[in-house]
Design a protein around this ligand. Sequence first.
Ligand SMILES: [Zn+2]
Length: 247
Amino acid sequence: MTEPTITPLEPMPGDWQRALAVVAHPDDLEYGCSAAIAAWTDEGREVAYLLATRGEAGIDTLAPAECAVLREREQRAGAAVVGVERVEFLDHKDGVVEYGIALRRDIAAAIRRHRPELVITLNHRDTWGGVAWNTPDHVAVGRATLDAAADAGNRWIFPELAERGLEPWNGVRWVAVAGSGTPTHAVDATPGLERAVRSLLEHRTYIETLTDEDPETYARTFLTESAEATGERFGGRPAVAFELFGR
Ligand SMILES: [Zn+2]
């Protein structure tokens, strides 16, 4: 028997100034990623959030119109905790986000507006690794984001964007996928972990419908355990993992 080889995760590139995080739902970035985002904003980098939906189908006991308002408020509060002031919503429909031209165009438009060097998204694959099935919204938004990073730089793919004054932006150098079953890179979670807990806690109404556990205990346990597990491949430091696609 030979021991399985554990490939270490590489440190994320640091030579960038602006990032745009594109995900499907309020809370997608708070389940881990926000520890990295807190560290980045501490370093003076700009990070903006773009959400495809308002997560309006996320709470069984709350009608979508009411839920959308609440979850937007929780998302803006969760972003502010980690130094993110710009939070935008595309208003695709929660639960039935369609991968396709319309989604790619909306994300490409946002990339042209924000002009990020780093784009962040959530796992676009069918599973979280193993047999834990991913949700169709994450798959659609993750794939469309990987595609839109290129679309944003091509004048002729969505010519209507340039007509609206959104000039091509071919400056995206990487797309970092969080929650991937096959990560390649990581960020030290230590400096941002406490704020990551507080950012997840801002989704209190949502968390209270998920678990009977005390929300703070739930948020702290989840984030600490996953950062420590990632740390086993990052020199023992608690970490947030990404699968990095270069461009
Ligand atoms: Zn989600």
